[in-house]
Design a protein around this ligand. Structure first.
Ligand SMILES: [Fe+2]
Length: 163
């Protein structure tokens, strides 16, 4: 229920920007679907879904401050804004802490330290590859280099007709 409020808040936050609204909703749904098949415990699943909703929250601030929204700037700006929104909605401290960490690392593909982190990255790639019109070849490279979960691999293989 709290995540529905969060989805509404994020929709307001990105008002006038349908691409970003559709982006985070897709990343959220794919994260949810992958997490459910990978047998996450309830807390990790909740953290994953929450992080997926707010993962790109730093984009706006990065654009406003630097006129650029590359991955590193998003990671820098995102955590504080996410923490504020989550505390306003009454999320528990341990959830906020991990979600904030994930927001601050979702463009970093080294030292992935948990299934929540791994799945968030996979879901974001599934959506970004498509939204950026990437080739089958790029999808294959990402599959080999980044994807680790069975459910994520299966989604990517089927989307691009790989193997
Ligand atoms: Fe994203």
């Amino acid at each position: 229920m709290r995540n529905i409020q969060l989805i509404n808040r994020m929709t307001e936050y990105y008002t006038g920007d349908p691409k970003r609204i559709q982006h985070f909703i897709k990343v959220y749904e794919l994260s949810k679907i992958i997490g459910q098949q990978e047998g996450l415990d309830d807390t990790t699943q909740y953290i994953l879904e929450t992080a997926a909703i707010v993962h790109d929250i730093g984009i706006k601030a990065a654009e406003e401050k630097y006129g650029d929204c590359n991955g590193k700037l998003q990671e820098k700006e995102g955590p504080a804004i996410a923490e504020k929104m989550l505390s306003e909605l009454g999320y528990e401290e341990n959830i906020i802490k991990r979600v904030s960490y994930l927001v601050g690392h979702h463009h970093t593909y080294t030292d992935i330290d948990g299934k929540d982190y791994q799945i968030l990255i996979e879901a974001d790639f599934l959506v970004n590859l498509y939204e950026d019109g990437e080739s089958k070849k790029s999808a294959e490279t990402v599959l080999n280099k980044i994807f680790k979960t069975k459910a994520g691999q299966k989604l990517l293989i089927n989307m691009y007709g790989l193997q």
